[in-house]
Design a protein. Structure first.
Lengths: 111, 115
C-alpha cells in the first residue's frame, strides 16, 4: 500500500527566505506526482505536476523535483512571501487515476 | 472562470437526514472524484467515475453514494449522515488519456456540518 510522508509537518520562516518542503513515498511505481496548495477552509490549488519521466518542473518561484528511484520529491520556494502561507500537499498518482496524499506541511511566512 | 464548481459551499444537516452535494465542471474531463477531508487531515478518496464507470474505494462506508448523470455533473449522496461525517467534501476532475492521469483540478469544497 502506497504511503506518502511529508516533512516537516509545520514550518515557520521569515519573509524572503528560500525553503524546501519534502515528500517521500514508499512505492516508486507512480505515474505522476502533484503538489497542491490549500488555504484554510478552501479547496486545493494545483501548483505543479511532475510526470514520472520528468525530474523537475518550474513555475515562477516554485520548483519541484522528483527522484522516483529514491521515492522522494521536493518543493523549493524561492524568496518566500507572506502570501505563500498555506498548507502544501503532495500527492502521487497511482493506477492512472488515484491520488494518494501526504499529510501536508503547514507553512507560515512571517513578515 | 471557475472550472470545478461545488454547491452549496456550506451545508448544515440533521443527524440521519439525507443530504446531496453537487459538483459540476466545465473542463469536459472524463474522470470525476469525491474526497472527504477532515480537519488537519489529508483528503481521502471516497470514489471516482471514469466516464460512466463507478469505482468505489474499499473502505468507503455504504452510507455514501454517488451519481454522475452526465459528463459535467456528479453528486454525492449521504443517506444517513452521522456526526462523524462532518467534514469538507472536495470534488475533483482530471483527464485520463491512454491510461495516464493528468493534473487533477479541485473545486472549492462543501463544508458539511451535522447537528
Amino acid at each position: 500500500k502506497q504511503e506518502v510522508t511529508q516533512i516537516p509537518a509545520a514550518l515557520s520562516v521569515p519573509e524572503g527566505e528560500n525553503l524546501v518542503l519534502n515528500c517521500s513515498f514508499t512505492d516508486s511505481a507512480i505515474y505522476n506526482l502533484q503538489w497542491f496548495r490549500q488555504d484554510p477552509g478552501k479547496g486545493l490549488t494545483s501548483l505543479l505536476l511532475i510526470q514520472s519521466s520528468q525530474r523537475e518542473q518550474t513555475s515562477g518561484r516554485l520548483n519541484a523535483s522528483l527522484d522516483k528511484s529514491s521515492g522522494r520529491s521536493t518543493l523549493y520556494i524561492a524568496a518566500s512571501q507572506p502570501g505563500d502561507s498555506a498548507t502544501y500537499l503532495c500527492a502521487v498518482i497511482q493506477g492512472a487515476q488515484k491520488l494518494v496524499f501526504g499529510q501536508g506541511t503547514r507553512l507560515t511566512i512571517n513578515p | 472562470d471557475a472550472m470545478v464548481i461545488q454547491n452549496p459551499r456550506y451545508q448544515v444537516t440533521q443527524f440521519g437526514k439525507p443530504v446531496t452535494l453537487s459538483c459540476s465542471q466545465t473542463l469536459n474531463h472524463n474522470v470525476m472524484y469525491w474526497y472527504q477531508q477532515k480537519s488537519s487531515q489529508a483528503p481521502k478518496l471516497l470514489f471516482h467515475y471514469y466516464d460512466k464507470d463507478f469505482n468505489n474505494e474499499a473502505d468507503t462506508p455504504d452510507n455514501f453514494q454517488s451519481r454522475r448523470p452526465n459528463t459535467s455533473f456528479c453528486f454525492l449522496d449521504i443517506r444517513s449522515p452521522g456526526l462523524g461525517d462532518a467534514a469538507m467534501y472536495l470534488c475533483a476532475t482530471s483527464r485520463v488519456v491512454a491510461g495516464i492521469g493528468e493534473t487533477q483540478y479541485f473545486g472549492p469544497g462543501t463544508r458539511l456540518l451535522v447537528l
